[in-house]
Design a binder for this molecule. Structure first.
Ligand SMILES: [Cu+2]
Length: 281
């Protein structure tokens, strides 16, 4: 979900690839709007996300998609997104002026060979009556990091054993806080752990079966419906290294079916979505 009329806070987190190019998912001027989804935190299932773009400049406020800013990007139902929780010391918020308009883009899969009516709904909490952006609140943007920033985002975990994916280091190029970092895994994923300079900061677990189990060709199929939250803001500073680990085990949870032929064996993914709160540079 985006708002229009507000420049996006660009992510100061980049991955340098062995070939000298820059990895995905955070977008500099070269990658944004180049055919993938413009949603920095959004899922890019099949989006053309190359890893050839210019690095994000933490000092450059203006997004190439001028005046469009990601307010919310989710890959899964069931887990709220939080800019600020009760008692949080880091004051952060996404300011929406009364003249802003919003835009929603969504992608759904229909596993039944029949028309279905769907509803997209959003519950939100907000602080009312703020005619201007309060200076004491850090500005926020949305970003994402991926375990394989230099390769394909589509993973193929083994069918018969557990598999741990460890990311290369992502380089932090500006100071701030990661808020509410959460995984985006596909069915089969168990959890994801985040590290700053090798120090473990949080583990988030996939929660299966939130909306019950489906019957798929006579077999019970539970899908990921939520993640346990990482609610403590994670401070990051210029020069820090950010890494992540993702665990898959297809002996515990099956992959979701392909949308094309409904056979088992769609791809897996391991990325993390977060809000980034930063002081003015
Ligand atoms: Cu995905």
């Amino acid at each position: 979900m985006t708002t229009i009329g507000r420049p996006m806070v660009l992510m100061p987190i980049v991955a340098k690839c062995p070939d000298g190019k820059w990895g995905g998912f955070n977008f500099g001027s070269g990658t944004m709007g180049a055919g993938g989804t413009p949603a920095a935190g959004g899922m890019s299932h099949g989006g053309g996300m190359s890893h050839s773009g210019a690095p994000t400049s933490p000092t450059k406020r203006q997004s190439p998609l001028a005046g469009i800013s990601v307010f919310l990007g989710q890959g899964d139902d069931g887990t709220a997104m939080t800019y600020m929780q009760k008692g949080q010391k880091v004051k952060a918020g996404y300011y929406i002026s009364k003249s802003a308009s919003t835009n929603l883009m969504t992608e759904v899969i229909n596993y039944r060979n029949a028309e279905q009516e769907i509803f997209v709904s959003l519950d939100y909490e907000y602080i009312p009556n703020m005619p201007t952006r309060p200076k004491e609140y850090l500005d926020v943007g949305m970003g994402a990091i991926n375990v394989e920033p230099c390769g394909s985002q589509n993973l193929k975990p083994p069918l018969d054993k557990a598999m741990k994916y460890v990311s290369q280091a992502w380089d932090v190029q500006g100071d701030g806080f990661l808020l509410d970092i959460k995984p985006h895994l596909h069915d089969g994923g168990l959890d994801m752990t985040f590290f700053v300079n090798g120090v473990q900061k949080c583990t988030s677990k996939a929660v299966y079966g939130v909306s019950g189990a489906a019957d798929l060709n006579g077999q019970k199929w539970e899908t990921i419906g939520a993640y346990t939250p990482c609610l403590e803001p994670i401070e990051i500073k210029k020069g820090d290294k950010l890494t992540m680990e993702a665990n898959y085990d297809l002996t515990k949870h099956r992959l979701r079916p392909q949308s094309t032929d409904h056979n088992e064996g769609a791809e897996a993914m391991a990325m993390a979505i977060f809000s980034f709160a930063r002081p003015p540079y």
